[in-house]
Design a protein around this ligand. Structure first.
Ligand SMILES: CC(=O)N[C@H]1[C@@H](OP(=O)(O)OP(=O)(O)OC[C@H]2O[C@@H](n3ccc(=O)[nH]c3=O)[C@H](O)[C@@H]2O)O[C@H](CO)[C@@H](O)[C@@H]1O
Ligand SMILES: C=C(OP(=O)(O)O)C(=O)O
Length: 418
């Protein structure tokens, strides 16, 4: 089923429950490599192709992995291999997150170099700079990267940019290094805090997660632990923006309101009625909303992973919105697809100027990346007629049961063959 077809024009009503966060569970699964003793049990794991890819990488390394519903169990007592081949890394850049823990645990990690992707060139220099500061030797050739160490040692590391992945890789390597590591200018995303909590429940000593300086005191041994993954703030934000665009009244359940502050603030500014309730966030929208400007920034700024969906909403608001992308250099591939549906958007450098139109019209379009796909579903919900979205494998990387969840709140959306 490689297409999703959305028939537009319906308002959304009811309740939708958010799954565990993709961007939290991926580093946490990588971190289970650090457990020399005991099993790690990860609850609320979303069923996503990205999750499947990372646990296949762990299986390839010799970790015993079992999946039952939303619970993953990992036994990393023995790790006979130390490589992640291209077939995995090309499917998912986050495979690179195994580098730090694998190196710390076995003294060697070999991975294919992750390439760029449709949202940017996405270098890994900061990951490598951090691992080198901990004493790793790095060799690169023929598209392969080998990272070795005969014992990592704590150090002081300053990141030139608060990279989420680099912060995670360095934290995981430092968790088994000798002595203390201080990492400055780190990412403050909630997923970093979730990883730190998991490392600490394994017997690690991580403090400062959620601020811009993290301290890791290396442990001699880490043990498997049980952990429940935080809810996915990007999935929650996607449903909130969808309700704002299509109109209706939906309770988005299983959310941490604090993680959604920038998205809530922008939706309120646009005229959406949002109330916090005991079991989630209620989103009410009717009539036409107002255009607002948005600029993506590292957390707690507006998330780049919500930029495309927000642009789909802005495409049908009253007025002109400037959407500025500062995290990735090329995250506007969805613009041409939205334009095929009648959106009036022009890219000017790092900004997109979105002039709201009265209506969009359904068209055949292509998901160029995960969040671009989500944006096209939102555009499809408000468009006249049918929107046929191709390359849906991008969408299934990051949204569990997205078709079923949208249908359950009244959308007319289905999977289809080419
Ligand atoms: C699996 C996961 O959690 N993915 C998220 C993670 O990706 P990811 O961890 O790849 O994103 P980063 O925070 O590392 O990237 C942010 C910026 O830093 C640059 N950079 C990064 C590393 C490096 O060594 N050198 C460098 O220059 C990148 O090219 C990019 O321009 O954070 C992004 C930013 O919130 C999100 O969009 C992704 O959904
Ligand atoms: C860019 C994303 O993910 P990844 O870093 O896994 O490509 C995303 O979740 O929007």
């Amino acid at each position: 089923m490689n297409k999703i077809v959305v028939s537009g024009g319906r308002t959304l009503q009811g309740k939708v429950t958010v799954s565990g966060a993709k961007n939290a569970v991926l580093p946490i699964i990588a971190a289970t490599l650090l457990a020399e003793e005991g099993k790690s049990i990860i609850e609320d794991t979303p069923r996503l192709t990205d999750v499947e890819t990372i646990y296949q990488v762990l299986r390839h390394l010799g970790v015993k992995v079992t999946a039952e519903g939303s619970t993953l169990t990992m036994d990393a007592g023995e790790i006979p291999a130390w490589d992640a081949p291209y077939e995995y890394v090309r499917q998912m850049r986050a495979s690179f997150l195994i580098t730090g823990p694998l190196l710390a645990r076995t003294g060697h990690a070999r991975l294919s170099l992750p390439g760029g992707c449709s949202i940017g060139s996405r270098p890994i220099d900061l990951h490598l700079k951090g691992l080198a500061a901990l004493g790793a030797q790095i060799e690169i050739g023929h598209g392969i990267i080998d990272v070795y160490s005969d014992g990592l040692k704590g150090n002081r590391i300053y990141l030139d940019f608060p990279s989420v992945g680099a912060t995670e890789n360095i934290m995981m390597a430092a968790a088994l290094a000798q002595g203390s590591t201080i990492i400055e200018n780190v990412a403050e995303e909630p997923e970093i805090v979730d990883l730190a909590n998991f490392l600490n429940s394994m017997g690690g000593h991580v403090t400062g997660a959620g601020t811009n300086i993290i301290k890791v005191d290396g442990a001699k041994v880490l043990r498997g632990a049980t952990h429940t993954v935080i809810p996915d703030r990007i999935e929650a934000g996607t449903f909130m923006v969808a309700v704002a665009a299509a109109g209706g009244d939906v309770l988005v359940a299983n959310v941490i309101e604090d993680h959604l502050k920038p998205v809530v603030a922008k939706l309120k500014e646009a005229g959406v009625e949002i109330t916090e309730e005991s079991d989630g966030i209620r989103v009410k929208s009717g009539g036409r909303l107002y255009a607002v400007d948005v600029k993506t920034l590292p957390y707690p700024g507006f998330p780049t992973d919500m930029q495309a969906q927000f642009m789909a909403l802005m495409a049908v608001c009253q007025g002109t919105s400037i959407v500025t992308e500062t995290v990735f250099e090329n995250r506007f591939m969805h613009v041409n697809e939205l334009k095929r549906m009648g959106a009036n958007v022009n890219i000017e450098g790092h900004s997109a100027v979105v002039k709201g139109v009265q209506r969009l019209t359904g068209a055949p379009v292509k998901a160029t990346d995960l969040r671009a796909g989500a944006a096209l579903i939102i555009a499809g919900l408000v468009a006249e007629g049918n929107t046929e979205i191709g390359c849906t494998y991008h969408i299934y990387r990051g949204y569990e049961d997205i078709v079923e969840k949208f249908n359950s709140i009244g959308a007319d959306i289905r999977r289809a063959e080419d």
